[in-house]
Design a protein around this ligand. Structure first.
Ligand code: HEM
Length: 528
């Protein structure tokens, strides 16, 4: 029986079993979607042993050369050593074919990837600019019909990527892309299933893809599409959708305008409110929600209440790149589409009371732990507990209450190994168990924590990034202080009018003596 080594752990693989099935059977946390070699979501890299040819079919030659393979198509003939993909390997060059303005603040991009992209309409890709800035965009094109990939880009106020796309990117320019990702797509197995789709703004892009995909697949069930905007000028696909309506009797399209000027062809109000008022029973429906996160998460709850099962609800919230909880570096920019709030977890955490007890217990141990405490020098335990509480509460409830840094930035200077990450995770899970959380939920929480591993584990510090720009936060600046202060290193007095050095990230002040060469200055632990 072949054995699989994944990130240092050994797993068995039954005869005839695929790598993905073996991993899922044994609880290994790997991404997957179609399980049929189409979406490439499960792509992994083999660094020891033989990869069967079939498991690399359809992959670019460079990926094959680096040992990439599709675990869902891989029935190993012998032992394999497997590691997660390297983000940098997964980008492929692409050329902009056309850019056109379809609304005052929305443009449509048609892109040609250098190698074919196997995707489902409604999934998303990560677009990378030459300097490494990355953002996620949904695919509005339908692979069986459209040659180019179609993206709808909304201009975001001070958004680095969208401003660049609007003002500088032109036809024939090169970009890079990675993907596809996401599970917001049509399943052709239930062609008579009624479908409800609600999108706000460019949340229409994936839904437009899903609707066209469904129609191209001969969907016979009713399809109800609601598009919500503030101003009628945002109904940027009104005419193409009217054309689809004429051709397909099972399609219904409802443009909704929530602002004061409502044209006669639109309904006044918010798309989600109108949609869920009109569809109170959704027990055998497929529901798709895309766009503003608050609308999407509220819609998930309403769909559940109306009887839709979790498996039939596809949520694609467009998280902004500078707010909310992040994803892996080089990953999906601001998109965090697959993490739905977890009402069961929140109830089991006594709506926060038990979470607080777990965190108090956890941080008491962290601050006493010789391997972890050095990182927390200068950070009060109360601050750590409160930040972590808000962060987790936002994840479990979907409320937008966490205002701190994304983990990638919060830990950018901390050199944390995989082993140390495991160590902290085990400590946290032990505390959760000690406070009575059921093992099933402990494992679910652990799976969520795993999603941040790539944001935190590293072998050298990273720059702090803000909207794609690396900030100069390590090292020292100089300033003249007008008010007397105390040196953060020796505690000695620093009189007013003294030129001092201050740490760019920590803001700590250091007198001349402490900042003499060799005196140190950045007091916080960097070693793991
Ligand atoms: C060995 C692993 C880890 C270590 C040593 C560590 C250490 C720290 C430290 C020292 C801070 C305080 C930063 C500051 O106030 O300047 C911090 C903040 C934080 N950590 Fe971690 N952390 C680890 C893993 C994680 C993980 C896995 C998560 C999330 C799942 C996480 C989430 C956070 C959050 C949300 C904050 C608050 C950020 C802010 O102040 O804005 N940490 N961590």
């Amino acid at each position: 029986m072949p054995r699989l080594n994944y990130e240092g752990e050994w797993y068995d693989c039954r005869d005839g079993e695929s790598v993905i099935d073996a991993f899922l059977r044994q609880g290994v946390n790997v991404p997957f979607s179609c399980r049929n070699g189409i979406c490439h979501t499960c792509l992994l890299r083999c660094v020891g042993g033989q990869v069967p040819e079939k498991a690399q079919s359809g992959l670019r030659p460079t990926l094959r050369a680096h040992g990439y393979f599709l675990p869902c198509k891989c029935v190993p003939a012998g032992d394999m050593e497997i590691v997660p993909p390297r983000a940098a390997d997964l980008y492929t060059p692409a050329v902009v074919h056309k850019k056109e303005r379809v609304a005052p603040d929305i443009c449509r991009l048609l892109i040609e990837p250098a190698t074919p992209l196997y995707y489902h309409a409604g999934q998303f890709i990560n677009l990378r600019r030459h300097d490494g800035l990355i953002r996620s965009y949904s695919l509005a094109s339908a692979p069986q019909k459209d040659y180019f990939l179609e993206l709808h880009v909304k201009r975001v106020f001070r958004g680095a990527m969208s401003s660049w796309i609007f003002d500088e990117l032109a036809a024939d320019d090169e970009v890079e892309l990675q993907g596809p990702e996401g599970t917001c797509y049509y399943a052709p197995s239930a062609k008579d299933q009624p479908m409800l789709l609600v999108g706000t703004g460019t949340g229409l892009a994936p839904l437009y893809g899903v609707v066209r995909d469904a129609l191209l697949n001969g969907h016979t069930g009713p399809i109800h599409l609601y598009h919500g905007v503030r101003h009628a000028s945002g109904l940027y696909l009104h005419h193409p959708l009217l054309a689809l309506l004429v051709a397909h009797r099972n399609l219904r399209y409802v443009p909704c305008v929530s602002g004061p000027q409502v044209p006669p062809f639109a309904v006044a109000g918010r798309a989600d409110a109108i949609a869920f008022r009109s569809h109170a029973g959704l027990s055998n429906w497929a529901v798709y929600l895309a766009g503003l996160p608050a609308m999407v998460w509220a819609g998930v709850e309403l769909a559940r209440k109306a009887g839709a099962t979790d498996a039939a609800i596809h949520a694609d919230p467009f998280e902004s790149a500078t707010a909310g909880i992040p994803t892996a570096p080089g990953g999906r920019g601001g998109r965090n589409s697959d993490r739905a709030p977890d009402a069961e977890m929140w109830a089991a955490l006594d709506a926060g009371e038990r979470l607080m007890s777990i965190l108090v217990d956890f941080y008491t141990r962290v601050y006493a732990d010789p391997r972890l405490s050095s990182f927390f020098h200068g950070v009060t335990m109360q601050r750590s507990i409160e930040k972590q509480y808000l962060f987790l509460r936002q994840i479990f409830t979907g409320e937008r209450i966490y205002l701190g840094d994304r983990p990638r930035n919060a830990h950018h200077w901390m050199v944390i190994s995989d082993e140390l990450f495991d160590y902290r995770e085990a400590l946290l899970m032990e505390c959760a168990r000690r406070h009575g959380l059921a093992e099933r939920l402990v494992q679910r929480w652990r799976g969520m924590e795993e999603g941040f591993r790539r944001d935190i584990v590293k072998t050298a510090p990273w720059n702090r990034m803000l909207d794609g720009v690396a900030l100069p936060v390590d090292g020292f600046g100089e300033t003249l202080i007008e008010v007397g202060s105390l040196c953060d290193s020796c505690g000695g007095e620093i009189p007013p009018g003294t030129k001092v050095r201050y740490h760019l990230r920590l803001g700590s002040l250091h007198c001349e003596a402490c900042h003499a060469p060799g005196a140190g200055g950045d007091g916080r632990g960097r070693e793991t």
